[in-house]
Design a protein around this ligand. Structure first.
Ligand code: 536
Length: 359
């Protein structure tokens, strides 16, 4: 029987417990380069006792950013600044992770506190988004993306592989590909966003091709000893979205080409969704189902806030890891407090000696 504070190993990577920091967009980069904000934001959570700290959705190319303030990994200057962050996280005993992304048709948007939806086309910081088809997301994301050519597809896939190499160079040990939330990988898979009639659209095989090829290109450059994860939008809660059985089949195919762990999430391809069963730990039944049906390790996020809730998810084997974002913003020392609440006699050791001697 596992507990929230038992170690967990995949390939050559061992996590000190099951508590992980989920990627959180901070909209605080400059030209994609992370700033001291990121060092402190991520570093504080490594100090707090998390086992894995995953840096936010980081674009593989400038046009793959969600907003002008999103991080990127398209040059060695980006890798160098990320290197300091990865090094600090590791020095605290946590594993440094990063999520690679391409925002696709949801790109060129305002940082949430600056406005809603797309930057106006007249804004000098705006750019032309790309996607599987020339169909806008909708709601406040009205900008029509350019439908990607085969050359565009090949270039983005090679950008993913180059960014993975830079993540390795920076010292990250856990890589997650963002194929969820309506961003590029997910939008190729979704019949809502992908209306192509070439080999990258249509049937399951066609819609899954972009994700499978991109994953394979990354696995080819990402070392055997390190972990490769995918955040996949399992369902859109929309009648025109792909059936969840297709998503499970995609996870099965990804596993067969080297996927180590799945991080299930929402599709995010339409503003017109209804019936998302928001509530405490609502993604757990989906994660548990993928884990059992595919026979793969799983992590789970969304509304996990309480130590006892996290403990029972791990103890019951529903998932292997819990990913916390909002709870970690609320309390960077969440793992320390969880250890205390769960009555662990060694709870002090969750914090580094600079703090635990005196707290
Ligand atoms: C929540 N968000 C996810 C983001 C950034 C903006 C907010 C991300 O993954 N980078 C979200 C979840 C599901 C669908 C849409 C948005």
């Amino acid at each position: 029987m596992s507990s929230l504070f038992s170690p967990f190993s995949l390939r050559g990577v061992t996590l000190r417990n099951r508590i992980c920091v989920s990627p959180m967009c901070q909209y605080s980069a400059q030209d994609g380069i992370p700033t001291d904000w990121h060092l402190v934001h991520l570093g504080a959570r490594a100090i707090g006792g998390a086992a894995l700290v995953i840096a936010e959705a980081t674009a593989v190319s400038p046009e793959g950013r969600i907003t002008p303030g999103c991080t990127g990994l398209w040059s060695s200057a980006h890798a160098e600044k990320f290197g300091r962050i990865a090094h600090f996280i590791k020095a605290q005993g946590a594993v440094p992770g990063i999520q690679l992304a391409h925002a696709g048709r949801k790109a060129s948007a305002h940082a949430p506190w600056r406005g809603q939806g797309n930057l106006p086309e007249s804004d000098p910081n705006a750019w032309q988004p790309i996607g599987p088809s020339a169909i806008p997301f909708g709601a406040a994301l009205t900008r029509v993306p350019s439908a990607m050519t085969k050359a565009d597809i090949a270039r983005v896939q090679s950008d993913f592989a180059s960014a993975a190499r830079r993540a390795l160079e920076a010292g990250f040990e856990w890589l997650e590909l963002h194929f969820a939330h309506g961003y590029l990988g997910q939008s190729f898979f979704s019949p809502i966003a992908n209306h192509r009639d070439d080999q990258y659209g249509g049937s399951f095989e066609g819609r899954a091709r972009f994700a499978l090829e991109t994953f394979a290109a990354v696995r080819a450059v990402w070392p055997e000893r390190l972990v490769l994860s995918v955040r996949l939008g399992m369902t859109d809660f929309h009648p025109e979205g792909q059936p969840i059985e297709e998503s499970i089949e995609l996870v099965r195919r990804l596993k067969s080409i080297g996927l180590d762990i799945i991080d299930p999430s929402l599709g995010g391809n339409s503003p017109d969704v209804s019936g998302v069963p928001y509530g405490p730990a609502f993604m757990v039944p989906i994660a548990d189902r993928v884990k059992r049906e595919v026979g793969i390790a799983a992590a789970v996020s969304w509304q996990i806030t309480e130590p006892q809730q996290a403990e029972s998810i791990i103890r019951d084997g529903q998932t292997d890891l819990v990913l916390l974002a909002r709870a970690m913003l609320d309390d960077p020392h969440w793992p320390f407090h969880a250890a205390k609440v769960l009555g662990r006699p060694d709870y002090r050791a969750v914090l580094p000696p600079q703090y635990h001697r005196v707290i």
